[in-house]
Design a protein around this ligand. Structure first.
Ligand SMILES: Nc1ncnc2c1ncn2[C@@H]1O[C@H](COP(=O)(O)OP(=O)(O)OP(=O)(O)O)[C@@H](O)[C@H]1O
Length: 258
């Protein structure tokens, strides 16, 4: 398989926020991620898609520092973070929101986000963290629920809380792991607006998503993975017209848009 080289003309003028060079991850006999190379530019929304088992979650775990790569390097904002922990990457500007939301259930919504603010950057005082948390609750549409216990939230509100907690760490790059999963179409549209507003605040977003209309609406660029490798890279229109991509999704256009 050959990865399609893609050089965005405008983005190439911009700062590189994330650069993966030949990232690989082996689990025993399985190369779950193989020689993955891509660049993300400042302000871009980059989607990572691919059929089940393609290696997307493993790649996200390599980016956020859950796993160390078997081979390859990762640069965050020009700095080599390959050997650094999740915490160090978080302090360096990488935030992550998870598919399975795990807030502290007995703490209030506001307290949950305050914890994120305290965790993210060294030297943030408690009053500053509390202030930032209120600001983020406004931005993520949760202000009216600030004093509720986190376990009282609906699924959509949970996802908003997860994004607010990740933003509280003041990331330059936000990784989103299938945050639309389980949402009804109208709720997914609300979540799309939230991600757009995150981008509007100057944060670059890299997301894994199975829901193709969400990918179409959000992604400036799409990286398609299959069997651990980058199969194609380009705009949504380019990658969905690529016969190799169509073939990877069960060999039919319907598979791609299912
Ligand atoms: N911790 C692990 N140990 C062993 N194998 C693993 C581990 N994590 C993932 N794998 C394997 O690596 C391959 C890629 O899995 P991964 O979860 O990254 O794919 P994915 O694209 O995220 O899939 P999905 O869309 O179904 O979530 C799969 O074959 C999976 O079984």
């Amino acid at each position: 398989m050959t990865a399609v080289s893609f050089q965005p003309s405008v983005a190439s003028q911009q700062e590189v926020v994330l650069r993966a060079d030949g990232l690989s991850k082996r689990f025993g006999g399985l190369l779950a991620v193989q020689n993955v190379t891509f660049t993300q530019y400042s302000g871009e929304i980059l989607a990572v898609i691919g059929p089940n088992g393609a290696g997307k979650t493993t790649l996200l775990n390599l980016l956020s520092g859950v796993y160390r790569p078997t081979a390859g390097r990762l640069h965050l904002l020009g700095r080599d973070v390959t050997g650094e922990s999740m915490e160090a990457r978080c302090h360096a500007g990488l935030g992550r929101a998870f598919q399975i939301v795990r807030p502290f259930p007995e703490m209030t919504v506001h307290e949950n986000v305050t914890v994120g603010a305290l965790f993210g950057k060294a030297g943030v005082s408690l009053p500053e963290a509390r202030e930032r948390a209120y600001d983020l609750l406004e931005r993520t549409g949760l202000a009216a629920h600030a004093e509720k216990a986190a376990h009282e939230l609906t699924l959509l509100q949970d996802k908003r809380l997860e994004v607010a907690r990740a933003l509280a760490t003041q990331p330059r790059v936000l990784l989103l792991d299938e945050v639309m999963a389980g949402l009804r179409p109208a709720e997914a549209q609300e979540a799309v607006q939230l991600v757009r507003s995150v981008q509007g605040s100057g944060v670059s977003v890299l997301f894994i998503e199975h829901i193709m209309p969400v990918v179409r609406d959000l992604a400036d660029r799409v990286v398609v993975m299959d069997q651990g490798q980058v199969l194609a890279e380009g705009t949504y229109r380019e990658v969905t017209a690529n016969p190799q991509v169509v073939a990877a999704y069960l060999g039919t256009e319907e598979g791609l848009h299912a």
